[in-house]
Design a binder for this molecule. Structure first.
Ligand code: FAD
Length: 200
């Protein structure tokens, strides 16, 4: 089965959310634009995941940090996309792009487009890519998406008073370490340089 769109945004992060907002402002017609994301929720502000989402008191939760129309204004919830006739294909991974026939192959169907916007962002480096096994262990957490942050919150609740190692001394590592301390967990940060955030 295949479907046809004028515009397809591949990826469901902030770039996709704000691009959709600009399309809506310019008056895209219903059914012209589709966002395909392998995440299960509409685009959200990823920075919340290493900050408010990890707080022990009054933590940030969706829909409170979906991408938004403007500061403190309407959030782009799934209802907003429906209202503007923008198709949200969530939990859908694009496996292959054929740019000659302008076709995307997803896990379940193929989609044709006139214009493709690639907004696939970045991902966390896995332990295995550093020559270490263990990514799937229950007590190993990454912090890139909502699923990762949800697992981390669960671990923090189970391990109050325990010890954690944060691998990475950049902004996200340091914010994560601060949140772990707020959750009463002792933290050791491991990083290769002489001090944290040496690139900044
Ligand atoms: C925990 C954390 C905290 C951060 N804090 C800050 C901050 O304080 N300030 C700041 O400026 N930046 C921060 N960042 C960085 C910021 O979030 C990124 O720059 C931003 O997310 C980039 O947005 P993006 O839409 O380009 O890509 P991404 O957010 O990476 O989104 C890419 C999307 O594409 C999807 N995707 C990828 N491949 C496929 C595929 N084949 N099929 C379907 N979908 C696919 C992904 O699942 C994802 O939804 C933080 C990042 C993280 C992880």
């Amino acid at each position: 089965m295949g479907r046809d769109f004028v515009y397809v945004i591949l990826g469901g992060g902030v770039a996709a959310g704000y691009a959709a907002l600009e399309f809506a402002k310019k008056g895209v017609s219903h059914g012209e634009l589709c966002i395909i994301s392998d995440e299960p929720v509409a685009p959200y502000e990823r920075p919340a995941l290493s900050k408010g989402f990890l707080h022990p008191e009054a933590p940030a939760r969706l829909p409170g940090f979906h991408t938004c129309v403007g500061a403190n204004e309407e959030r782009l919830t799934p209802t907003w996309y429906t209202k503007h006739g923008i198709e949200l294909m969530l939990g859908t991974r694009v496996e292959f792009v054929d740019t000659r026939s302008k076709t995307l192959h997803t896990t379940t169907e193929f989609i044709t487009y006139k214009f493709l916007i690639i907004a696939t962002g970045a991902r966390a480096l896995k332990l295995e890519e550093m020559g270490i096994n263990g990514s799937n262990a229950e007590n190993v957490c990454y912090l890139r998406d909502l699923g990762d942050a949800t697992k981390l919150v669960k671990m923090m609740r189970m391990c109050r008073g325990g010890n954690a190692i944060v691998l990475g001394g950049g902004y996200i590592g340091m914010e994560c370490a601060a949140s772990l301390v707020m959750n009463k967990i002792n933290v050791t940060i491991v990083f290769p340089g002489s001090h944290c955030s040496k690139h900044f």
